[in-house]
Design a protein around this ligand. Structure first.
Ligand SMILES: CCCCCCCCCCCCCCCC(=O)SCCNC(=O)CCNC(=O)[C@H](O)C(C)(C)COP(=O)(O)OP(=O)(O)OC[C@H]1O[C@@H](n2cnc3c(N)ncnc32)[C@H](O)[C@@H]1OP(=O)(O)O
Length: 191
């Protein structure tokens, strides 16, 4: 059973099809299950610490501020309601945002196993236009691992459960300490 995650903030709608009745989560106090219905009540969970992340960072005011959960099969779950500023085709999400949702959910399948990994390769099938301002279901699974290579898949559905987009990706596990050490300094970023 993988260790649970996660918390971000905002954009939580109703959980509908495809979600198990109870979700496994890990808080600072330990692991427990909660009813799926808690998803739309913003159950406070342990934060993933990437506060500035466009996908899940709760301090990133212009980002998506996704909340993620993990069930007892290791599947990552989220509900999303995209604001109008993420428009591409009229009334629908920009394809880059759809890719971001899938990428972000897949990355959490690694995080749920305490693996820090970065996206190396990703492919997206855009099956249907993704509507704005409506509840969407985002799920992801870890498929396989070979050394540092982690293969993951994700799906985005509408509230009726219709498949809108799918993604597959290769993530490469990295050493977070080395990554932090290689970050550009704030002074370098301003110049
Ligand atoms: C808690 C605090 C933490 C703080 C610290 C956090 C930092 C982590 C945050 C993550 C947050 C995620 C957020 C969402 C996901 C993003 O959005 S991540 C952002 C987008 N991604 C990037 O910017 C990644 C940019 N790329 C890179 O930095 C480097 O390419 C990588 C990914 C680190 C890998 O570099 P590398 O270590 O030199 O890997 P490399 O040896 O080239 O390849 C590794 C293996 O993969 C194989 N491979 C490479 N490409 C392919 C391919 N296309 N097909 C098949 N095999 C391939 C290679 O052949 C090799 O195989 P082996 O020889 O091991 O058998």
């Amino acid at each position: 059973m993988p260790p649970g995650i996660l918390r971000n903030s905002l954009s939580i709608g109703k959980v509908t099809l495809g979600f198990p009745a109870r979700l496994l989560i890990r808080t600072k106090e330990g692991q427990r299950t909660v009813p799926s219905s808690k998803l739309d009540k913003g159950e406070p969970l342990t934060h993933t610490a990437l506060h500035g992340c466009f996908g899940c960072g709760q301090h990133n005011r212009t980002g998506l501020r996704l909340r993620f959960y993990v069930d007892d099969t290791g599947q990552i779950l989220s509900t999303v309601r995209l604001a109008g500023r993420f428009e591409g085709p009229p009334g629908h999400a920009h394809g880059g945002i759809v890719a971001t949702l899938l990428d972000e959910a897949m990355s959490k399948t690694n995080r749920a196993q305490n693996i820090v990994a970065m996206t190396r390769h990703m492919e997206v099938d855009y099956l249907r236009p993704v509507p704005l301002r409506t509840t969407l279901q985002l799920t992801a699974r870890h498929l396989s691992v070979e050394g540092r290579k982690h293969h993951c898949a994700a799906e985005l559905r509408n509230a009726a459960g219709e498949l809108l987009a799918t993604g597959k990706a290769l993530f490469i596990a990295i050493d977070p300490a080395r990554f932090q050490a290689s970050k550009p300094s704030m002074r370098a970023m301003k110049s």
